[in-house]
Design a protein around this ligand. Structure first.
Ligand code: RTP
Ligand code: MG
Length: 140
């Protein structure tokens, strides 16, 4: 088993629903440690840069509009197989398809407003953590 880090975002819908603490509890109960965290109102430039891989997709503008619609909470999580462990807690992208008991099944309303983001690979996690935290993140 490998200790990994992953980048997590609590999206504007979940921040507005006042469930930050409930989502943090799920991370902690799953053995994921919060090693960096901040609340931030993303600019369009922040959101477009973060989701640059999706810029040709039809949902890109809606995704950016949504991500700048209110503050988000951004954190780096650390633990055994953190990337997959975190994706398992999140559930499927579309909350209607997400397994019961996952964050998206319990807190998300739609595929657009789907409560959380999580890195999809260790490589992307490193890029995404650097994107938001630069060298601020504590090393192990
Ligand atoms: P995320 O990156 O936010 O953790 O979500 P994900 O990996 O589960 O999904 P991804 O394919 O990376 O898509 C990024 C976000 O774009 C929105 N999306 N909308 N309308 C659509 O078909 C569609 N597909 C994706 C979602 O909000 C998704 O979280
Ligand atoms: Mg993704």
């Amino acid at each position: 088993m490998a200790v990994e880090r992953t980048l997590s975002i609590i999206k504007p819908d979940a921040v507005a629903k006042n469930v930050i603490g409930q989502i943090y509890s799920r991370f902690e109960n799953a053995g994921l440690k919060i090693v960096a965290a901040k609340m931030k109102q993303l600019s369009r430039e922040d959101a477009e840069g973060f989701y640059a891989v999706h810029k040709e997709r039809p949902f890109f503008k809606d995704l950016v509009d949504f991500m700048v619609s209110g503050p988000v909470i951004i954190q780096a999580l650390e633990g055994e197989n953190a990337v997959i462990a975190h994706r398992d807690l999140m559930g499927a992208t579309d909350p209607k398809k997400a397994e019961k008991g996952t964050i998206r099944a319990d807190f998300a309303d739609s595929i657009d407003a789907n409560a959380v983001h999580g890195s999809d690979s260790v490589e992307n996690a490193a890029i995404e953590i650097a994107y938001f935290f630069g060298t601020e993140v504590y090393s192990r």
